[in-house]
Ligand binder design. Structure first.
Ligand code: NAD
Length: 378
């Protein structure tokens, strides 16, 4: 028996932030990053809280890939504030940190619950609907994906006006993160009819709108579509988990401080090839992952006269999308030093195999295969 649950209530579309006016909040603890405060973006939230006369405090120290220490400081601030509602405003880093802060603070205080409202300002991680929170151990260069249903936000608010200011480079990185989530959910060993429906929709939305959101960040239509795609992909992978792409992205990203979406994007064409195991010519048998990748190619009208061609077309289209958004397609282009890579690659491969997300990859990798992928992406 399988099950599919979406715990989080999602408000979306223009002026979705007004949903806050319909929610009963007694005392809010806002978790965000310094950019949100410096840019004034926080006012979109605090103006409404002021209007509603809701008391609040703001913890605005979250840094990208939030480290354990960041979460620890947040727990102290949370306990001091004693809120009934946590509001996370920011990218995946702020939302993940808010989820972890709330989780640990509630355990320490013995309180049973605090409502969690997640308001993403990047279109990438889907953290607003997932039971994941990724916390970094900067001393050991490791990223830990915490996984628990208690990390699921109660409410997600997807307001496209909050993502208009996302710079081109972050739009590209986070958009490719969405595509990777949907692709990994689609071929995960736990994929099913429900998650497939969500993954297919998210992939279509990204392929039809990401370049437009990248080229013209003020295009509210494209921004909204990618914002929705991010959340839809989050719903899919929350049910299926992810795969080797994320396992390797966590360990490579932590070691070389590469933005999460960018390292996912560098890996994606190589992971598809590894999972599908297709040759350049048609063959008699194909594995399930190859057939599913081919479905995506057909859905997107890429050249797909046989499964091999369809998988190769998908890989080609992904690389073209990366290039059209001026993204690096290798570790070398990303500026990683080959000697550094050689020094750390065994450790990186070991950590990737231990990462919780690797377990649901459609093809079980050996350490030598992971090392080969690391070589290939250089
Ligand atoms: P991020 O939250 O680290 O933000 C990246 C940068 O964009 C920051 O400098 C931030 O200030 C800036 N930014 C955010 N919103 C902006 C806006 N509207 N305008 C201008 N600048 C803005 O990036 P992210 O990619 O959203 O999150 C990455 C983190 O999420 C990583 O730690 C990753 O491991 C984690 N993650 C979590 C999940 C999950 O399910 N919980 C899934 C994937 C990734």
């Amino acid at each position: 028996m399988l099950d599919f649950t979406i715990h989080t209530k999602v408000f979306f579309g223009e002026n979705a932030l007004d949903a806050l006016r319909t929610i009963n909040i007694k005392k809010a603890f806002v978790v965000t990053d310094p950019f949100m405060v410096q840019s004034g973006a926080i006012n979109n939230l605090t103006d409404i809280l002021d209007d509603l006369q809701v008391p609040y405090s703001i913890f605005h120290d979250i840094v990208p890939d939030p480290p354990i220490e960041n979460v620890g400081d947040g727990v102290i601030a949370f306990l001091k504030a004693d809120p009934d509602t946590v509001i996370a405003l920011g990218g995946g880093s702020a939302i993940d940190a808010a989820k972890a802060i709330s989780e640990f603070a509630l355990k320490i205080s013995g309180k049973s619950n605090a409502h969690c409202i997640a308001i993403p300002t990047t279109s990438g991680t889907g953290s607003e609907v997932t039971s994941f929170a990724v916390i970094s151990d900067k001393q050991n260069n490791v990223k830990h994906p915490l996984v628990s249903d208690s990390l699921l936000p109660d409410i997600a608010i997807l307001d496209p006006k909050l993502v208009i200011t996302v710079p081109k480079i972050v739009t590209a990185d986070t958009g490719m993160d969405v595509l990777t989530h949907a692709m990994e959910a689609y071929v995960s060993t736990k994929s099913n009819d429900f998650s497939d429906a969500l993954a297919e929709k998210a992939i279509r939305l990204v392929c039809e709108n990401l370049l437009c959101a990248y080229s013209d960040g003020t295009n509210l239509f494209a921004r909204e579509k990618i914002h929705n795609a991010s959340c839809i992909a989050g719903m899919a992978f929350n049910n299926t988990s992810l795969g080797l792409n994320h396992g390797l992205a966590h360990s490579l990203g932590a070691q070389f401080k590469i933005a999460h979406g960018r390292i996912n994007a560098i890996l994606l064409p190589h992971i598809i090839k590894f999972n599908a195991q297709v040759k350049d010519h048609d063959s008699e048998t194909y594995n399930d992952a190859a057939i599913k990748y081919a479905n995506i190619s057909k859905m997107l009208n890429f050249p797909a006269s046989n499964i091999s061609e369809a998988v190769n077309s998908l890989v080609t289209a992904i690389i073209k999308l990366q290039k059209d958004m001026n993204m690096p397609t290798s570790l070398c282009e990303q500026g990683i030093n080959k000697e550094d890579l050689n020094l750390f690659k065994k450790e990186i491969a070991k950590n990737a195999l231990l990462d919780a997300t690797t377990k649901t990859n459609p093809r079980t990798p050996t350490i030598n295969e992971v090392l080969q992928i690391i070589e290939d992406i250089y």
